[in-house]
Design a protein. Sequence first.
Lengths: 498, 489
Amino acid sequence: MSPNQLTITQALDKLRKNEFSSVELTQACLDRIEQTDTKLKAFITVTKDEALKVAKNADEIYQKQPEKINDYPLLGVPVSIKDLYSTKGILTSAGSNILKNYIPPYDATVVKKLKNAGAVIIGKTNLDAFAHGSSTEASDFFTTLNPWNLEYLPGGSSGGSAASVISDQTIFSIGTETGGSIRQPAAWCGIVGLKPTYGRVSRYGVIAMASSLDSPGPMCKTVEDTAIVLNVLAGHDPLDSTSSSVPLVDYTAALNQNLKGLTIGYCEKYLNKPVQPAVAQAIRDALKTFSGLGANIKTIELMDPKYAVAVYTVLQRAEVSSNLARYDGIRYGHSVLRNKKYQPEDIIDVYNETRAAGFGEEAKRRIMLGTYTLSAGYYDAYYLKAQKARTKICRDFEKAFDKVNLIVGPTSPSTAQKVGARNKNPMFGEMEDILVEPSTIAGLPGINLPCGFGNNLPIGLQIIGPQFKENKIIQAAYAYEQATDWHKKRPKIASVAG
Amino acid sequence: MPYYPVIGLEIHIQLKTQTKMFCGCSAEIWPPAAKALGGKAAAPNTHTCPTCLGLPGALPTINKRAVEQVIRMGLALNCTINQNSYFERKNYFYPDLPKGYQISQHRKPLCVNGQLPVNGQIVGITDVHLEEDTGKSIHEKLQPTTYNLQPTNGEHTLLDFNKSGIPLMEVVSEPDIHSAEQAVAYCKLIQQIVRFLGISDGDMEKGQMRCEVNVSVARLASDIATQQDSNSATQPHSCTATQLHSKLRQNLPPTTYHLPPYRVEIKNLNSFRFVQKAIEYEIQRQTEALENGEHLIQETRGFDEEKEITFSQRSKEQAHDYRYFPEPDLPPMKLSDKEIERLRAQIPELPHEAKRRLVDKLGLKPSQAEIISREQSTLSYFDQLVKLNLLTDKAANLIVNQPELIEQYSPQELVNYLEKQAVEQIGDENALMQIARKIIEANPKPVKDYKSGKETALQFLVGQMMRETKGKAEPQKAADILKVVLKRN
């Protein structure tokens, strides 16, 4: 087995035993990227030189300061990062033309934490521009392909991250989710993706999509890796006022606990059309597995997810329209003013030209819709009403969690869709994310686990828990993973150049 | 036919905090060290960070000190404090607004429904809220080669983000002001109050205090009733609540008036003089327009500081829709009763309160009280003099007429000095008495003349006194002493 195919746990074990160095491990990932990424296109930027330098420093500690190894829970482990995180001195594009030359002067809190934990950043991964999408087809640069079948999409918006993990280009990755952007690509690529409770992981330095929903989180090969990374990322950040100071727990302590006494709920509505029969069947099988592991299975009622989609669409667009206002061509990023021949009429002209060229279709659509819903005379009818409905959805989940500890359902109604699927339908993302948006709206944590295959593509199962109960989710997810083999499957990607 | 001016003010005041409103940058963009060098501002863009530059991903955090200062201001203006106040985003585009929105307050400002007595009349305070300042645009002509960007007609706009994110408090008044003088008095009192509270220097030259005035002119209701006027001063916005409100609070005009259906906003007035001139100009312009049968519209106007006239900037149709919505990056504030009471306890006696005390309790003239209560240092100096048993009238006269003494001496030193002076004066009087007796003895003829009613004879005796004292005696004092001695003689 090549080092890049390992999990975090396995890699750390071998690094400690000196079976290979971090430089060798990092090089193995970089080699894999070189062999596969001309086809997969998971990465926007590969930070080869910087990565090898950091890996070398990690090796120094392994070799010369072994007493310090435990201070760095991810020492020498390669990670890919969604290109939505501000990385000091490294291009941070958000997958958009308007930021295609933007090099930030500061690190996001998550990036800082990864560096402090000793992780080796090997590159920045592709996404739908500004995370607006569920396929990476809305990236202003290129579409990432699904490693299981190159005619299919990896999902999104963290599609580059998911593809890089399942194709063993990296040991793990960091994504962000606003409404499905971690769980859905994790489902389509067959990896573990955790969207933590809103506020559990700092948003500082994450290019904002919808500020009241954005949740950074890990995308890994196993549940155990996910727990290890969450331990590094979680916690209050003085730089993010919406980050929570609810006490932290050791998430790895939730591993290896049995499921006796745990009640898992599921909702029939989440298994009906438009959910593909193969997906619904995989979930019913998984429920049997949970039952076999000692959990009580219970059916519950939940609000029709279509309401959450409506609420999500209004709130997210409103916040997007405001969050994208700063890209005006004045201080950084693409600007029409850089064109020497351009003679602006006035400042409005500068804005118009810059934003027309810098934003893609999807960003423009969202800016227009969001601007509309916040406008005088419409605010009450859309934004305010959506906020009220949001409260109802939160109550709906609270009621459900009075009866059950966790809720299980499909992550996506379908397995991966074909390249081009999104182009025909502006609501594509919302339909693919219909089963994750309710929990997003309620700020709840959720995880995707591989749970089967349909059409030779992975099927994803999600476990949703109450706020700040990531440990319960990890407990159930780990038990399920140990009882199944889905997480061990890897696509056969022809090792090709070009 | 007279028109009645209706004026409301919006005053922006930069708060004097160590750090900016939503980031850790130093808010001291006028470094004290630079004061000696003529109050030079810090070099452009040296007080900036990802947050106040609006870099992608940067987030705001609330400066608690600034929130407290605004609450203190609100309490000073008799406001109700919104205990679940929150911030909102005010969305608009401008190059010196780095995020494309300003974090401000709209639906739940920190302080609402206050009032302030100005020259005996109550001015309603709509709200006091907190926001962040924008950066500074510097429009100038430049050599095209200086910068890497294309100049437009040889002109550039440079941006300095030092003041971007400085805490900015906005005090919004009700349209309860009816003259330019009253508006200026209101502005001055607000400036004094923020200085008394120590929350801002309110230096208008440095842009620490900026005024916007809303002016319209109204017809008196009685005039309208008799005239069946169809012009602008009629119905749609006739606001009976406001009328009643105002009437209760003020020595109202001869009769009530209807709030006009338009208002003209004049922005960026950075001196009291400009506030006065802009309002005077507007009252005249609007009155003339209405008398000429013109229809006035809601608009924003600028003020030409050289010509001292206003000019149209944009009409209501072009007005911004700011699309306010709650700032999702900041949780709502929670202000406890205890917290508010703690802040209330930190409010010193305010200038208008001090003025009333000086007049009502200490019997000073209003003009004296006005001068003494203008600055906290003067007021405190006066109070210390009184505490040191100086007569209030004496203390007031000293401060009003001899401000140089205040500069020179501490209150205790001044009292000591005055006592010494008094002792010397008594010594002087005794000496003059003796001289007077000597002169009276030596000049029996003029003394007799004086006693027989010849007033001019006294002048001769005073002249003798002056000669004897080598001109040191004051002629008036010499005359007074001579009169006393002659009486006893």
